[in-house]
Design a protein around this ligand. Structure first.
Ligand code: ATP
Ligand SMILES: Nc1ccn([C@H]2C[C@H](O)[C@@H](COP(=O)(O)O)O2)c(=O)n1
Length: 231
């Protein structure tokens, strides 16, 4: 299958990958909004299929059961960066996909090759339909989903910084437990056989540990504008 995504000649495709809590979603949404681009949160799609499996009685410890059911849910992503949406079989899934239960199971479901094939095809068709250009964020966008992206960014940050950011979102959360959960999910996402979390050889790495979110956004906007000037 071809991995080349055709868009209008003026459209820019930006791939932003990295581990959990490095700032992919916040950065991607802000950059897309600022530059008038569409935005796609691919992690939300893997969360959505995981939520569907959990609510439809699929044993998420069974790759065979997951593979058999993978094509059943209809997942639709809205790509407005100021109000991204996600529905599963017509139902708003934006809340349920953020539960602890989904977060703890999503790495296992997203490791199943049949799931990745279906979600990757969906991501490529969304990118191809984004006439004004798109920022797509995830784990394997620069390496697998959109290997011909105009610009690839790989965000990193220390586990301590990432855990502090995540803990800051939930009142009373345990910093050490959050750090351990992040590290465990990173290991599962980086260690899977099919399309693991990885930096593309031609990606620009940005360590966000000591940067504010605003600084990261400005850095990425500058990189996109430089690409557009060069093109
Ligand atoms: N550079 C930064 N400095 C401080 N806080 C940040 C920075 N970047 C992001 N944050 C905050 O960290 C949290 C996680 O950010 P975000 O959801 O964008 O990360 P992510 O990489 O998309 O994570 P995940 O892959 O788990 O969805 C958010 O609360 C966000 O506001
Ligand atoms: N391109 C992607 C995006 C996400 N995943 C999987 C692995 C993540 O742990 C999970 C949830 O992502 P998040 O919402 O935390 O960004 O989804 C993937 O395998 N490939």
């Amino acid at each position: 299958m071809s991995t080349t995504v055709e868009t209008a000649s003026s459209a820019v495709i930006v791939a932003i990958d990295g581990p959990s809590g490095t700032g992919k979603s916040s950065t991607s949404k802000a950059v897309a909004a600022k530059l008038g681009l569409s935005y796609l949160d691919t992690g939300a799609q893997y969360r959505a299929i995981t939520w569907w499996m959990l609510t439809n009685g699929i044993d998420v410890n069974s790759p065979a059961e997951i593979a058999t059911a993978a094509a059943k849910p209809v997942i639709i992503s809205g790509t407005d960066p100021t109000g991204p949406t996600i529905t599963v079989d017509g139902e708003d899934a934006s809340g349920p996909i953020r539960t602890q239960e989904v977060t703890s199971k999503v790495s296992a479901v997203s490791a199943v090759p049949e799931v990745r094939t279906i979600i990757t095809d969906l991501q490529r068709s969304i990118a191809a339909g984004a006439v004004g250009g798109i920022v797509v964020e995830g784990r394997d966008i620069g390496t697998t989903v959109l290997p011909d992206a105009d610009l690839k960014i790989f965000l990193t940050a220390s586990p301590e910084a990432r855990a502090a950011r995540r803990s800051g979102e939930v009142k009373g959360s345990d910093l050490a437990a959050t750090r351990e959960a992040l590290i465990k999910r990173d290991a599962a996402d980086s260690g899977r056989k099919t399309s693991p979390l990885a930096k593309a050889d031609d990606a620009v790495e940005v360590d966000t540990t000591d940067l504010t979110l605003q600084q990261v956004i400005e850095c990425v906007v500058t990189l996109v504008e430089e690409k557009r000037t060069d093109a």
